[in-house]
Design a binder for this molecule. Sequence first.
Ligand SMILES: [Zn+2]
Ligand SMILES: [Zn+2]
Length: 256
Amino acid sequence: MKKQFCKYWGKWLDILLQLFSQTIFPRRCPVCDSVLSFRGSLICQDCFHKLSFIKSPTCFKCGKEVISQRIEYCSDCTRRKRTFEKGMALLNYNEAAKKSMAGIKYHNKKEYLDFYAMAIAAKFEKQMIRMKPDVFVPVPVHPSRKRERGFNQAEVLAQKISRELEQRTGVKIPVNGQILKRNKRTQPQKDLNPEDRLKNLQKAFCVQKLPEEVKTIILVDDIYTTGSTGEACTRALKTAGAKKVYIICICIGYGK
Ligand SMILES: [Zn+2]
Ligand SMILES: [Zn+2]
């Protein structure tokens, strides 16, 4: 009787706490930041249409959109050596996406990642499960940058994707933010050409010890541009003994 009583009130307390937190911290749209009026929605309808979701045909390697079905690889993947197996991306990196990503990184809007994690899990759940990954590994930021921001957006994204995937499919793929480390604070990458980007990054990532059971990895990041970060991380992971590395990201630069 007592147990039932507690269960009953526990449920109500849960609902009350949820309502309370939604009143104090209402959910906001990840693109325009306005308060969402419908309970349960993660983005406003107008903003959903401002985002450019990746459509076929895409590059066989990185997942970037290409202009014709006859093109197998985008110009970046044609020119540069790729050691990762395959990339998956949700969005083209347009103005709306750029604004949203900046909000996450520089204005502490971690909750924006709920929408992206849900959309990534919905789009790629079958592919991710087919890859049989042992672990999600977030692309690390330098510890001093993590201290400034208070979090690593790629790690939060990886945790949310892992949770979504488990809820949708029952398959639990853990997140390990300790495997890959960033030991060098790199200069801003946008000022460098792709060759120098990779050189700059190769020394920046290291793997202290890859757990023996970890063979297949899904690397998680927010933005993929030329692929040099993903490539540098993959090389570090494979040198440490990983067999297969896939990449998943929210945004990818427009294909040529
Ligand atoms: Zn909006
Ligand atoms: Zn490509």
